[in-house]
Structures are given as structure tokens and as C-alpha cells.
Write a protein that binds this ligand. Structure first.
Ligand SMILES: *Cc1c(COP(=O)(O)O)cnc(C)c1O
Length: 419
């Protein structure tokens, strides 16, 4: 459930007409519903009621400070994958002991930054990373809390680009090597082995892959216990899918029930890293139709948002519903909804049945709250879109639209051009 609904044929975000925001802010812009963000976070968190847990929102799905601040205020933690996300997390007010750090390629400066901040734990993805973290912790005279990210080799049955828990994927350490990694880690002076972690992929629409991963982790935990290595945190990663079109992923309560059942009364503190399931359907992208054009074989609707604003259709062939802001047109067309960018891959929807829109009409791209703005770029020197949040009958620009000057920040002409 979300709060983007029609009233008298006009689309609202909570109590604000989207047309009104478009007039004030211009297009394109991302629009987030405060009530939906809050509701999704609480439903997910409360699904694990009675279990000791920390819901660490996966920052890369949506890193806007206002979004992060909201989850912080609701008692959430944060899952980060870079120094930049750590910076944002701290700026949003997250206590460092509620931040976990994942990612295959942590740099020295990022490791130092996280050690210095005192994060809850590093989810380590290789033996070399483990060695480096130990060394840096030693130099900084601290101990690094660590969990090993295990690659349990389960098929999440999702798009290949967002499958992360298969043998052939770059993520984590396979279950056999993981035992060696734990043995190695337990001997390192500046490492405190605190957890075990996995993240098998994204947009997963059934519970089974999570169960398989958890089974695999449970077996490892038992083996570690026999080796005398006691861990405290079990991090199940993120990955729960959402409905973009006709998918029917498990409800967070169903997902939680399955996980809790498989925990079998263990004393481990659960960490979860949901991203998409919290923010995906809490945000939309609002765009204006620039032109209509009839090709020989196709009808085109040219919008002012393109692949630089929303990369998912191009990158993953992802489906996003397209809806009109004013829904009075009954006639429909089948069209490609494309952006202004000089790439054939620049589309928001292909062969899509939509209302017979005209130049100047507003359209919204639904389910764009996750991996929308965060994946946007300045390709073709297009300033990044604004981000707006609505709460009840108020709206606030939570990130200003970039201007042309923003585009050239940090660029300069080399002095040797004058030689
Ligand atoms: C991307 C990511 C997540 C979030 O995935 P969703 O599918 O958005 O829930 C969680 N953990 C890690 C390590 C990730 O890389």
C-alpha cells in the first residue's frame, strides 16, 4: 500500500496534488511519501517483533538525507557500501553502532574512516580485506568488529545483475573457505569476530532462497561453535522484492515468519538490510511530456526524464508502471515512452498502453523510490532531478535540482595550456 492515489481523476501524493508540485518545482523530480516510507519501515521492523534485531536500511537504495533521517528516527540502523554512504549516515544522525559496512572493494581510507567512526561491524568479503582491516585497526589502536559475508551458492531467481549469492558472483566467501576465513580471523590480534552475514540478491519474490541461505549459515554457525568461535550477530542481508507489475513477493510478515522459524530459538541478534522493500513503492518519478511523434512502426512519447534520471529500465529491462497525473483521457495508445538522451536504450517503457497524452501533460513513473535517484547520472550534461518529500498536506524539496554551474564543479583548464 502506498499514498499515491487519485482524487477526482487527479493524482495526489498524500494530500498534495502532484500537478501543483510540478508547477512549483519543475520537472523531472522524484517524489517520496513520508507516510509510505514510515509505514513500510514500521511494517518490516514490527514483522520481527519479539526477536532481538536491528533493521539496517540499505543506503544505496535511497541515500537522501531526509529519507535516512526518517529511518534513523524510527530506530533503524544503516547498511552502507562506501565511505560516502558512511558520511551521509553520520550526517543523518545514525549512531555509528547502528551502522554495518558491506562491499567487496573497501578502500584503505574507507576502512580507516569506519574504524575511526566506530561502526557496529564490517561485513568482510575476502581474506585480503580481513588482513587489511586487521592491519589498519592495529595502526589505529582499536579492534575491528567483523562478520564474514558468506556466499551460500543459492539461486535467488532474479535478474542476473542483481543475483549476488551464486558461486560465480564476486560477492562473499564460499562456505568452505569461510571456515578458513573464520579460523584466520580468530587469530588476528585486532579483529573481533562478531557475526556472520549473507546477501543473496535483490528483488527476490519468494521465501525459499532466503531459507536455503539461512540453512547454509546455520550449518556454518554450528561448525564455528565446535571450533570455539562464538558469534553474536546473524545478518541476513536484504533482497526482499516488491510489486512493480504483477510480481507477488512474500509480505514482510511472511518473510519474517520464515526467518524466525529457521532461527530455532537461537540467541543471535538478527540484522536485516532491506532497501527496495522499504523505499521502492514509496517514491515516484514525475516527468512532463515534451513531444509526441509517430514513427513508421512505433508511436513515441518523448518525456523530459531519461535514462540518466532512472536507469533501471535500460540497465535491467525493469518494468515501471506509467500513469497520468490527470486521468481524464479515456483513449489509449501503445507507445514507447522515451527520454531525451542520445541512446536507443533511453526509455522508460516500451510498447506500453498508456492514455493518449499530449505535449505538456504530466506522467509519473511508479515504484521509483529505490535505485532511482541514487543511480542517476549527469550523462549528456543533464542536471540531476530534484527530490521532493510530501507529508500530509505539505511538501519540501529535500534535494534541489542541480543547475548548470553544479555540472562543472571541480573542473578546470590545466595551466600548461598557456605554455
Ligand atoms: C543492495 C544491498 C542490500 C539491499 O538490497 P535490497 O534488494 O534493496 O533489499 C542489502 N545488503 C547488501 C550487502 C546490499 O549490497
Amino acid at each position: 500500500m502506498h499514498h499515491f492515489l487519485y482524487r477526482n481523476n487527479e493524482l495526489y501524493c498524500e494530500d498534495v496534488p502532484i500537478r501543483m508540485i510540478a508547477e512549483k518545482v519543475g520537472t523531472p523530480f522524484y517524489l517520496y511519501s513520508h507516510a509510505t516510507l514510515k509505514r513500510h519501515f514500521l511494517i518490516f521492523n514490527e514483522a520481527f517483533e519479539g526477536i532481538e534485531r536491528l533493521v539496517c536500511f540499505s543506503a544505496k537504495a535511497n541515500t537522501n538525507l531526509a529519507v535516512l533521517k526518517l529511518f534513523e528516527s524510527l530506530g533503524g540502523g544503516l547498511d552502507i557500501v562506501s565511505g560516502g554512504e558512511l558520511y551521509r549516515g553520520l550526517k543523518a544522525g545514525f549512531s555509528p553502532d547502528r551502522i554495518v559496512y558491506s562491499g567487496v572493494g573497501k578502500r584503505v581510507d574507507e576502512i580507516d574512516y569506519a574504524l575511526d567512526a566506530g561502526i557496529l561491524m564490517f561485513n568482510v568479503e575476502s581474506l585480503e580485506e580481513l588482513e587489511l582491516i586487521d592491519k589498519r585497526a592495529g595502526l589505529l589502536k582499536t579492534k575491528a568488529p567483523v562478520s564474514i559475508r558468506v556466499n551460500p551458492d543459492v539461486d535467488p531467481k532474479t535478474h542476473p545483475y542483481i543475483s549476488t549469492g551464486l558461486k560465480k558472483n564476486k560477492f562473499g566467501i564460499d562456505t568452505e573457505t569461510a571456515i578458513q576465513a573464520y579460523r584466520f580471523a580468530s587469530k588476528l590480534e585486532n579483529i573481533d569476530v562478531t557475526g556472520i552475514d549473507c546477501h543473496i540478491g535483490s528483488q527476490i519474490t519468494e521465501a525459499k532462497p532466503f531459507m536455503e541461505a539461512l540453512e547454509s549459515l546455520n550449518a556454518l554457525i554450528d561448525e564455528l561453535k565446535q571450533m570455539g568461535i562464538e558469534i553474536r550477530y546473524l545478518d541476513m542481508g536484504g533482497g526482499l522484492g516488491i510489486t512493480y507489475n504483477d510480481e507477488s513477493p512474500p509480505h514482510p510478515r511472511e518473510y519474517a515468519r520464515a526467518i524466525v522459524a529457521a532461527l530455532k530459538g537461537s540467541h543471535l541478534k538478527l540484522i536485516l538490510e532491506p532497501g527496495r522493500v522499504i523505499v521502492g513503492n514509496a517514491g515516484i518519478l514525475v516527468t512532463r511530456v515534451l513531444y509526441r511523434k509517430s514513427g513508421k512502426v512505433k508511436e513515441f512519447v518523448i518525456a523530459d526524464a531519461g535514462m540518466n534520471d532512472l536507469m533501471r529500465p535500460t540497465l535491467y529491462d525493469a518494468f515501471h508502471a506509467i500513469e497520468p497525473v490527470v486521468a481524464t483521457e479515456n483513449k489509449t495508445i501503445t507507445a514507447d515512452v522515451v527520454g531525451p538522451i542520445c541512446e536507443t536504450g533511453d526509455f522508460l517503457a516500451l510498447d506500453r498502453k498508456i492514455p493518449d497524452v499530449k505535449k505538456g501533460d504530466l506522467l509519473v513513473v511508479m515504484s521509483a523510490g529505490a535505485y532511482g535517484f541514487t543511480m542517476s547520472s549527469n550523462y549528456c550534461s543533464r542536471p540531476k532531478a530534484a527530490e521532493v518529500m510530501v507529508k500530509d498536506n505539505r511538501f519540501h524539496v529535500v534535494k534541489a535540482r542541480q543547475n548548470y554551474e553544479d555540472l562543472v564543479v571541480g573542473e578546470s583548464i590545466p595551466p600548461f595550456f598557456d605554455d
